[in-house]
Each structure stands twice: as C-alpha cells, then as structure tokens.
Design a protein around this ligand. Structure first.
Ligand SMILES: Nc1ncnc2c1ncn2[C@@H]1O[C@H](COP(=O)(O)OP(=O)(O)O)[C@@H](O)[C@H]1O
Ligand SMILES: [Mg+2]
Length: 376
C-alpha cells in the first residue's frame, strides 16, 4: 500500500544511446539519495531497443538481475502489436506525481521523452521540449548562443547535400589547420574527429555522417582547458562553482574511450582554482546560455578555454550525469548543496514549472475585466 502523503516519483532511466549504462548508474545514485520517508519511487528502465520495462521488472534489473534476461522474458509475454507497446508499462502506475527522466543522449535529451511526459500531463524534472531539442543540437545551440552574444567556436555546417560545396582547403583557410568534426545531435564524443590532414577529414566526415545528417566542422581550441558549471533553477537559476576535467596528456581530446572505456586517467578538479575574472565570466556565460536556450530545472554547461584565457561555451547538457564521478552533483556539493537537497530541489522545480505552464492558455478565452488588474 502506498502512503498517500508521500510523493510518487517515476524514475526513467536506460535508453537507446551509448550512455545506457551511465544512465543506470545515475539512476541508482538518485534512488539512493532520495528520502524514502518523502518519496515512493517507481522505476522504469528503457531497454536499448527503446521499450520501457514494467516497474517490477525494472526493479529486478536495478537489484542486479541481468537486463538482457529480464527484458527477453518480458518481451516474450508482451503484446508487441499494440502500437503503444514501447510505453505501455508507464500506464501501469497511474498515480505518479512527478517523473524524473534520467535518460541521457537522444530520445532522453532531445525533447522526445519530454513530449511524452507533456502528453501524460505530469510534471517532470528538467528542460521542456524546445530547450531540450535546441540544447541537444550543437548547430542550433551555437546559433542561439551567437544571437545572444555568447562566445562559442566558429564552424561551418555540412549536410550530405552541401558537403561538396566546401573544399578542405577553404575550411582550413577559414577555421584553421586543426578541425573538429561533430555530428550535430550526438553525445559522449561519438562520431567526433579531430583532423589535421585531408585524408583524415574525408574519413572523419564520412564517419560523422553515420550519426547525423548535420555535421559541424569547427575551429579547434588548441590544448584547451575544459571547464564546466552546473546550473539549477527555472526563471531565476543559480550557478555552482566551476570545475575542470583534465584529459590525460597525449590523448587528442576528451574521447569516448576516456569517458566510458577507461576513465581512470581522467582527473576532475572540483572546484577548480581559476582567476576571479574568469570565474565571473564563466558563471555569467553559463547563466546567459541557460536562459537563452530556455533551459529549466538543471543543466551542465561546458566550456573550452584557450591558452590565451579566452572562454568559449562548448555545449550544454540538459540531462547531465549523476554517477559517483559526475560533475553536475559534485559541483553543487562543492557549492554547499547536498545530493539529497539537489534532488528535492529538482523535484520542486518540476512541480513549479508544471504549475506555471498549466496557467498558460492554449485556446482562446475572452479576457475577464477583473484580470486586467494585473497590468495596472
Ligand atoms: N572546438 C574544439 N576545440 C578543442 N577541443 C574540442 C573542440 N570541440 C570538442 N573538443 C573536444 O571534444 C570533446 C567532445 O566534444 P563535445 O562538443 O563536448 O561533444 P559531446 O557532446 O560528444 O561531449 C570535448 O570534451 C573536447 O575534449
Ligand atoms: Mg562534451
């Protein structure tokens, strides 16, 4: 029996990106940090095929049973002809008060899950649809940052239709000898290439196009410092202290391998000791980016800082990691907000945003004369 006074939270995790396992670790940490006297928690694991397991089976995986085995058992019984099959299990818990989507990468971070939760008419943690979609797309992110006057690296956008209009030589003339190639909608450094020759450019571009129809060709910041800040809030967000990621010397950049294969050589500085002026600049840039992109709840904003000390916003992450080594919660911990407090605040922000959005009209309603007092 559920205690009615507790808030019932639906924790969504897993997903179909390369961060499936990271998401599981994030979800474990969030679950452990949640005060069980305040919250009832139902778990929903999205398999790599994009199918939400029942909360009972999700809990079995959470408790250590192999995901593949549990998923196979459930799929064998599922009515896969039902068009709602991938999400049907979400309907089996009818009294969820707030959803906590902790699915990294596409679907989880690009507005798709947020659209689903909007249709379910329930509050959810984090950024709504448009901010999620914009924040996940590196091309759109950079366009918005540029419009808002926020420093970011120069780039050209290539598609399969336009790629032939750009010669390697012209791109080097415009952007410099070292180029970064990036699929616009990806994460975890998947499909990213640092290239210094025409041959590398050609093969890197072909690989990047495997992941998206939009590829950014970006100027490289040489030997950059990689700094990050955590932001929390809706209309009036707050920023954490700044942290740094130290990529092992000799590695070309912060790659998929040193994120997920062997992270042992990557060092984090939380918080990092940087000059006051840079600290202020990054805090302002982080808050400005958050607002310009319409982010809500939480986001981690990543920067590259050149050898000359010039900062660039590199990217935003609307569902940042919550693992033991993840910077989002660690930076707030270093700023005096505990993991548990952070989760409480995120859930409260979700409820506030939902309440705020519920007041926005979507159909014509004549103005009540008494409403005009608002403008007086
Ligand atoms: N313009 C750049 N100059 C130098 N290094 C870069 C640049 N862009 C990306 N990198 C390196 O590649 C990594 C991944 O790029 P990023 O844009 O953060 O993509 P992802 O979303 O996959 O994390 C960064 O952490 C950094 O090490
Ligand atoms: Mg990154």
């Amino acid at each position: 029996m559920k205690n009615n006074k507790k808030l019932h939270v639906g924790l969504l995790f897993g997903g179909n990106s390369s961060e499936h396992d990271v998401s599981k670790r994030s979800a474990h940490n969030i679950y452990d940090a949640m005060d069980k006297s305040k919250y009832d928690i139902s778990l929903f694991l999205m398999t790599k095929n994009g199918y939400f397991l029942s909360h009972e089976d999700s809990a079995r995986v959470f408790d250590g049973e192999p995901e593949d085995k549990v998923a196979a058992e459930e799929m064998a019984k599922a009515d896969l002809k039902n068009p709602l099959a991938p999400i049907i299990n979400l309907s089996k818990e009818s009294d969820i008060d707030v959803y906590f989507p902790m699915i990294h990468g596409n679907i989880g971070e690009d507005g798709t899950i947020q659209g689903l939760l909007r249709l379910l008419q329930k509050p959810y943690v984090g950024t709504p649809i448009l901010g999620s979609a914009m924040g996940f797309d590196k091309d759109i992110t950079k366009r918005i940052l540029t419009l808002a006057g926020i420093s970011n690296t120069k780039y050209e956008l290539l598609t399969p239709q336009t790629a032939n209009n750009y010669s390697y030589e012209d791109l080097v003339d415009e952007l410099g000898k070292i180029l970064f190639l990036k699929p616009a909608n990806q994460g975890s450094s998947v499909g990213i290439h640092k290239v210094e020759t025409k041959a590398q450019f050609v093969s890197g571009l072909a690989d990047a196009f495997r992941y998206d129809e939009k590829v950014l060709v970006e100027e490289a910041i040489e030997g950059p410092e990689e700094l990050e800040i955590s932001i929390l809030g809706n209309q009036d967000p707050i920023a954490s202290k700044v942290g740094a990621i130290k990529v092992p010397k000799g590695d070309a950049f912060y790659t998929y391998d040193n994120k997920f294969v062997d992270a042992s050589k990557v060092k984090f500085d939380v918080p990092v000791d940087i000059p006051d002026t840079l600290n202020k600049q990054l805090t302002q840039m982080g808050l400005d980016s958050y607002k310009a992109l319409g982010l809500k709840g939480m986001a981690r904003i990543d920067f590259l800082v050149s050898g000359q000390g010039k900062p660039y916003v590199s990217e935003v992450n609307t569902i940042p990691g919550f693992t033991n080594i993840s910077l989002y919660p660690q930076l707030f911990l270093a700023s005096g907000i505990s993991y548990e407090d952070l989760i409480d605040r995120l859930i409260k922000l979700a409820q506030e945003e939902f309440e705020f959005q519920s007041k926005i009209l979507h159909d014509f309603k004549p103005l009540d004369p008494s409403d005009q007092k608002i403008n007086e």
